[in-house]
Design a protein around this ligand. Structure first.
Ligand SMILES: NC(=O)c1ccc[n+]([C@@H]2O[C@H](COP(=O)([O-])OP(=O)(O)OC[C@H]3O[C@@H](n4cnc5c(N)ncnc54)[C@H](O)[C@@H]3O)[C@@H](O)[C@H]2O)c1
Length: 276
């Protein structure tokens, strides 16, 4: 999609962090916006900010782990704007826990939001976007979609799934000369509210099945890395650039792909798994 001006973008998890960074970048490119999120306060603030900047914005509460709610989001988008050109499946959460300690309820929650959310997004929005002569679907994965580090089992599974979903989608779209393109965002550390939201939304909000000390330490070290991470507004600009240039991979920290190369090298050399 070469031109963004006047086109309609839907961003899930668009009230905070990377999603809000994308929404701001799309607004600067002249797009009309739909922001979907679970955080009502952040949603209101984001809509007010973007409208004050002169953009046309609709905010909608939507849980991406519900197909029904994604369908309602699409219906509301068409009712408001008559068309949709861009979907960003971005909402996500995660909790660090060792595989042997992870509760099934956490596996289900993380995979429902981080993987089923994008699958529902593609299912509902692709036919609508394909009605246009142009369009794009981007999903937010992670470097955890390429290398499975320890303590992040459910998140790794979901984010690997998102990479596979978007790579297959892009190949299928090219296979039938669709006007729609697909891409995947694999961020490194970005300074956002993901830790707070993940604790807040966790089903039952129970403490992690312990292993507690290790999980607590890992959570703290992840938080420290995120606090020093990239500004999410920079990520928004990268996504705009990738959509306009029909680029598939979007890396915020391209040097981190060396970990993927190291994994492939060890795989070929002696079939071992690199430490992570
Ligand atoms: N922050 C990072 O370092 C980082 C790195 C790699 C990938 N990511 C991914 O980036 C995406 C955005 O996360 P972020 O870091 O900006 O966090 P964030 O918490 O600041 O923003 C995510 C937004 O998604 C919303 N959300 C959570 N669950 C939802 C649901 N079920 N339905 C609808 N909205 C929901 C939250 O309310 C929040 O507004 C996620 O998919 C995350 O996995 C983040």
């Amino acid at each position: 999609m070469k031109q963004l001006d006047g086109r309609v973008a839907v961003v899930t998890g668009g009230a905070s962090g990377i999603g809000l960074g994308m929404a701001r970048a799309f607004a600067r490119s002249g797009m009309h916006l739909v922001i979907a999120d679970l955080d009502d306060g952040a949603l209101q603030a984001a809509v007010a900010e973007l409208e004050a900047g002169g953009s046309q914005v609709m905010g909608m509460r939507c849980d991406v782990s519900s197909h029904e709610q994604i369908q309602a989001l699409a219906d509301a988008t068409i009712a408001e704007y008559g068309a949709v050109h861009l979907l960003c499946n971005n909402a996500g959460i995660g909790i660090p826990t060792a595989t042997h300690s992870m509760k099934l309820a956490d596996w289900k929650w993380i995979i429902d939001v981080c993987l089923w959310g994008p699958i529902y997004g593609v299912d509902v929005f692709l036919p609508l976007i394909e009605q246009q002569e142009e369009g794009h679907i981007n999903s937010t994965s992670s470097m955890a979609g390429l290398v499975a580090a320890q303590m992040m089992g459910a998140y790794n599974v979901a984010k690997h799934g998102v990479v596979a979903l978007m790579a297959t989608l892009e190949r299928d779209l090219r296979g039938r000369n669709s006007p729609v393109h697909a891409s995947v965002l694999c961020p490194g550390p970005i300074n956002t509210n993901i830790s707070r939201h993940s604790v807040e939304y966790r089903p039952g909000q129970a403490k992690p099945k312990t292993d507690g000390k290790t999980s607590g330490k890992v959570a703290k070290s992840i938080q420290d890395v995120l606090d020093n991470g990239m500004d999410p507004n920079e990520v928004g600009d990268m996504v705009v650039e990738a959509i306009a240039s029909e680029q598939f991979w979007v890396f915020t920290h391209p040097h981190w792909t060396k970990a993927v190369q190291k994994m492939l090298d060890a795989m070929n050399a002696d079939r071992s798994l690199t430490r992570g």
